[in-house]
Design a protein around this ligand. Structure first.
Ligand code: SAH
Length: 463
């Protein structure tokens, strides 16, 4: 049979008291826990030491009497002495569950670690064996659940009757509830105070049998799982289909729901790659079928991600969409090398630009920007870096402008290169495999490029 020594349950305390005997921080901790409920919290001690100001109305600085335990659901004892002994004896005599802080042998129950999204609660217990593990598990669950999930659970509760009258099929009703509790659109509406109306719309469309497809344009960040936002992670878990670019590493794609369909639309050698028009058609079609589509793009979706075209197609087809930002490659590169892309008195801004297909006019413009002190972050320029550097100098950028290149920014296998614009112009470096960002400007010299390979014979010297 089982091997738990405790039985997890949700104990009704509504309309009753929770008595806490003690006046120290330990008692305060229990008061915080009890304060999450609608019960009447009563704190009794002859000496109140901790800061109970949040519970001022509940604090009684006096001896305990047996009648304090009338109509009481739970008793916590967090001190020693006469009152503690009375509380224990009285609780036992009346059969009220008792917790004596830090004395497991005297406890009828333990308090689990709690994730509170009332009315949704998640309780985590290791029966006292590994509180550290319980805390870690709790932190993970906290990250998984959006702050407003509790409000949405209440919404679901309020709509229960209506849903039963409008949707008779059990499976269809389950699909409605699933959509309700996982939809970021409902969550956003709830945060604006318009959750009820949004939920009723959702219910109406489910009742009418029209599934609610949606496309989330999600930034995957530069390629490490832990540089994904919590929202991106949550939506990946909710998506029915994940449509991803080639540049999004497998580890990130794998973070989606296991049974979600995955479609790679990127260019890979030897694979059929989709045209932008085909991608637009694909995401519109999937959403029209009622699917929740995660359109996963590397970095930030709005930076060289062709999000503009996809959004236009979604708008035209009347499909609900939202955009989730991600860490763009330039910012991952600046973090990797501790390079402040803006720096007081050195660089008053930074410019994200493509090195590819930049014509002479644009290059002249950047050269001017770089001279003015702005930092340039050039994308898609690795294979033509020497040419770009040559032309920037040609258009008036100083040959001794600091340059830093980060290949595989934000990833464990990143590689960095540093030097000056003239070095980059003169060199044919065999860069490491992977995407790269080229940073150009005075502020680059303020970064930490100690691990960088030099672009020329001499290594990059920090100014
Ligand atoms: N939306 C992405 C950019 C996509 S365009 C973003 O915001 O980062 C593709 C270009 O992005 C690559 O050619 C390269 O210049 C850059 N890039 C993407 N991921 C990168 C990474 N991990 N390290 C360095 N550069 C990267």
């Amino acid at each position: 049979m089982g091997n738990l020594n405790t039985f997890p349950l949700s104990y009704i305390v509504k309309g009753k008291k929770i008595i806490i005997v003690g006046g120290t921080d330990e008692a305060l901790n229990k008061a915080r826990l009890a304060g999450k409920t609608t019960s009447q919290v009563v704190i009794i001690s002859r000496s109140i030491e901790a800061d109970f100001s949040a519970y001022a109305h509940a604090v009684h600085e006096r001896p305990l009497t047996a009648s304090d335990l009338d109509n009481t659901a739970l008793v916590f004892v967090a001190e020693e002495g006469e009152d503690a002994e009375l509380a224990k004896a009285e609780a036992r005599r009346r059969g009220i569950p008792l917790n004596v802080v830090d004395v497991p042998a005297e406890c009828d129950f333990y308090t689990p670690s709690i994730v509170d999204r009332a009315p949704l609660t998640v309780a985590i217990s290791t029966e006292g064996d590994a509180p550290v593990l319980a805390r870690l598990v709790r932190a993970r669950i906290e990250a998984m659940l959006s702050p407003s999930v509790g409000k949405i659970a209440s919404l679901a509760g309020r709509l229960r009757h209506k849903a039963e009258t409008l949707i008779h099929d059990n499976a269809a009703r389950r699909r409605f509830y699933e959509a309700l509790v996982t939809s970021p659109e409902i969550e956003a509406a709830e945060q604006r105070g318009a959750g009820t109306a949004a939920a009723e719309n959702l219910l109406a469309s489910h009742a009418a049998g029209t599934g609610q497809g949606v496309v989330w344009l999600i930034g995957a960040g530069p390629g490490s799982e832990d540089l994904l936002t919590l929202r991106a992670q949550r939506l990946l878990q909710e998506a029915d289909v994940i449509v991803h670019d080639q540049l999004v590493p497998q580890v990130v794609v794998d973070m989606g729901r296991r049974d979600a369909e995955r479609i790679s639309v990127g260019k890979a050698k030897g694979h059929h790659s989709f045209s932008q028009a085909q991608i637009n058609t694909l995401i519109v079609r999937l959403a029209s079928e009622g699917k929740r589509v995660a359109r996963l793009k590397s970095g930030d979706p709005m930076v060289f991600g062709r999000a503009g075209e996809e959004i236009a197609a979604l708008r035209k087809a009347g499909i609900t969409y939202s955009v989730v930002p991600g860490v763009s490659a330039a910012l991952a590169a600046s973090a990797d090398t501790a390079t402040p892309v803006t720096l007081r008195k050195v660089s008053s801004g930074f410019v994200i630009a493509t090195a590819h297909g930049a014509d002479d006019g644009e290059l002249a413009h950047w050269a001017a920007l770089a001279q003015s002190g702005l930092t340039l972050a050039l994308y898609m320029g690795k294979s033509i870096s020497d040419e770009v550097a040559t032309r920037l100098i040609h258009h008036g950028a100083p040959a001794d402008l600091p340059v830093g290149i980060v290949v595989n920014a934000g990833r464990a296998n990143r590689a960095t290169y540093s030097g000056f614009l003239a070095d980059l112009a003169a060199s044919h470096i065999d860069f490491a495999d992977g995407p790269a960002v080229i940073l150009v400007g005075q502020a680059v010299a303020a970064g930490d490029w100690a691990d960088a390979a030099g672009l020329a014979a001499q290594n990059f010297k920090v100014a």
